[in-house]
Ligand binder design. Structure first.
Ligand code: EPZ
Length: 424
């Protein structure tokens, strides 16, 4: 079967302005949190993405009404929930698991297909389940479905130290605790900006949440109140970082607008340490043009505020343009290097040091070929590498990119990239 692909002309030099969309990983937990509150919810700066569409399908399965017009989203949660919906989309993305916390808080017996998402590791959900069991939920997994039965008298507050600061488990447990009886303490939580956006939204609806570093104190309330006005979703820091690295790879001058530089301080620090000239203002970042040869660098991914695993592949594309030895260690997902084989098809010459570390001696001379993206952020990294290659690359696996980058081809073209989707 012939598949559509993205044709990418190499030796590009991107330049110009690009506007960042709202954060995929912020709107996903926030739209599931609307389950907690009867009434109307209105959001702005919402990206039009496949994962958002799939999450809204799940809300509709439960009986809610939703409408997304461009980047505005309206959710009407005034109806009683359907019993036993099929949740057909649940297994097509990771964030479907985030309906678990709110529905347990509402004493809703749930049968939910196991989540899907990028194949970047085993992606277990044991931490989500361990925390909910501590709150009295009885949970089993049968035939790839989660059967979750909340305690008859409602969730009880818990004191739970996460063995690992999991983003999704933190989000699910916050949404479970806000209506639980008593005061909960969650320790060793993740506090990515997307999680802080969820906390901000819940507090605006009346949730009692206090954070000190990696500890949350959540005092359960009887009910939350829908906002009378719209809530604007934070900008997507991973998209912003992707554009910054696209400019750096191609040595162009790019102004990234509608972003929050504070969410990218680790990346900005690394690029400045290489010698890139970068100026930041409150909602934009200017990467200045330069033809300099930059030295190699070592990077290690980690939980926020360390270097984000979601920018790992994009940074590898930059490493291939640096003059010297670079190394990259991935500490979050055990299978996030699948794209290295695709880069080596282009002539990157990247070597493995065990399964979680790679190194390369740049600059690599990449020759265009047909390559395939196997997950969302790897796809972005492959585009950046193709833009610096010689010749015209064909990138397959576009369905992954559509999940997480709004108007990707339009924005690439706007920055001067010669790219075109070729349908079979
Ligand atoms: C979220 O995934 C993001 N997805 C991912 O972004 C991101 O890469 C990841 O956080 C880390 O920052 C969304 O927000 C929708 P985790 P999540 O739970 O919640 C292990 C993208 O491209 N773990 O923090 O699934 C897990 O195996 C995507 O937008 C358990 O062991 O990430 C992994 O090794 C890709 N048990 C580590 O923790 C659990 O119960 C981090 O996972 C949960 C996680």
């Amino acid at each position: 079967m012939k598949l559509k692909y993205l044709k990418i002309k190499g030796e590009a030099c991107l330049s110009g302005d690009v506007e960042v969309s709202g954060s995929k990983n912020a709107i996903l937990p926030i739209l599931f949190s609307s389950l907690l509150v009867k009434g109307h919810h209105f959001f702005t700066n919402v990206p039009k993405l496949k994962d958002v569409e799939d999450a809204l399908e799940m809300l509709k399965d439960l009986g809610l009404k939703t409408k997304q017009l461009q980047n505005q989203l309206f959710i009407d949660n005034s109806y009683s929930f359907e019993k036993n919906p099929a949740f057909k989309k649940a297994s097509s993305f990771r964030a479907s698991i985030l309906c678990l916390g709110p529905l347990m808080a509402l004493s809703y017996r749930l049968k939910l297909p196991l989540p899907g998402g990028c194949q970047i590791g085993s992606r277990p959900i044991d931490l989500h389940l361990e925390g909910l069991r501590k709150m009295g939920v009885s949970i089993s997994i049968q035939k790839k479905k989660i059967l979750a039965i909340p305690p008859a008298k409602g969730l009880k507050a818990c004191h739970f130290k996460l063995p690992f600061p999991s983003v999704g488990a933190t989000e699910n447990l916050i949404m479970a605790c806000v209506l639980a009886k008593g005061t909960s303490y969650l320790e060793n939580i993740a506090y990515e900006p997307e999680i802080l956006d969820l906390i901000t939204y819940l507090k605006k609806m009346g949730a009692k949440i206090e954070r000190k570093k990696r500890t949350l104190k959540i005092t359960g309330v009887k009910k939350l109140k829908a906002l009378k006005k719209s809530y604007s979703i934070i900008p997507d820091r991973i998209e912003a970082g992707t554009w910054l690295l696209a400019g750096a790879c191609t040595r162009g001058q790019i102004c990234i607008k509608k972003c929050n530089p504070k969410h990218l301080s680790f990346l900005l620090k690394k690029l400045k340490s290489l010698g890139f000239k970068i100026e930041s203002q409150s909602d934009q970042i200017l990467l200045k043009k330069s033809n300099k040869n930059y030295p190699g660098i070592s990077i290690k991914t980690g939980v926020y505020p360390s270097f984000p695993t979601d920018l790992q592949a994009q940074f590898m594309a930059l490493m291939l343009t640096l003059k010297g030895e670079s190394s990259l260690k991935e500490t979050i997902f055990e299978k996030r290097f699948r794209y290295i084989e695709q880069l080596n098809n282009l002539g990157a010459g990247i070597q493995f040091q065990g399964s979680s570390k790679v190194y390369v001696k740049g600059p690599a001379v990449l020759k265009a070929k047909s390559i395939t993206a196997h997950d969302l952020r790897a796809g972005a990294g492959l585009i950046l590498a193709a833009l610096t290659s010689k010749g015209i690359t064909k990138l397959y696996g576009l369905q992954h990119l559509e999940r997480g980058y709004e108007n990707l081809v339009f924005k690439l073209r706007y920055l001067g990239a010669e790219v075109k989707i070729q349908s079979p």
